[in-house]
Ligand binder design. Sequence first.
Ligand code: SAM
Length: 234
Amino acid sequence: LHLDAALIQDVAVPLEREQANYLLNVLRLKDGDAVLVFNGRDGEWVAALVPSGRKQASLKLVRLAREQTPRPDLHYLFAPLKHARLDYMAQKAVEMGAGVLQPVLTRHTQVSRLNLDRLQANAVEAAEQCGILSLPEIRPELSLEVALSALEPERLLVFCDEDMEQSSPVAALAAAKPGPLALLIGPEGGFDEAERKRVLARPNTLRISLGPRILRADTAAVAALALVQATLGD
Ligand code: SAM
């Protein structure tokens, strides 16, 4: 359970109505039952449920179960998709180890106003699902140009490009020098030529193929993250 509060032993943390309802009426937990909680800052805690109404409860923190872990250093740059596909993309990116989610607006991006709260909710859900204690940072959307210039020069940008012909992206990634990494996936309509040139003009950029088929952007995200994980670890 993700709690938006400081976690300190012996302190009772009030639950939101929705959270209390879930624990009491969906999971049917009882007074004193144990729940694991985290807030993205203070590690994971065992807490005891203290009901105070049909849909009201607090949690009494009992002991630290796991120390806080650092946020993964993988930046994930993506053109926002619509609705459920964006939910999926955000969840999978977090599950697969992205630490920073950076939406990027491109010429063919179909979403111009992004719901950052929804993105955050998806990230929290994915972190809960995987037991990730450090919540990813969700950044507001930037133009491609600005997002590229905001990247530290030493961060390798792995640019997934469906126009790239390549026999082994694994070999290309494995040959890259170790260091911080960012992954760039384009919008449903792909990058236009000027954007592609702009990305490739950035020093420390590695263009890779994810195979001979043009993947949906949300599939490409999972494939690219799996490739990075399998090749470089983490
Ligand atoms: N129209 C489809 C959709 O609705 O999602 C396909 C979109 S594809 C052009 C979106 C992005 O996925 C591309 O900009 C690229 O970053 C990535 N991508 C898809 N297939 C790829 C491949 N075979 N190799 C590398 N990147 C790929």
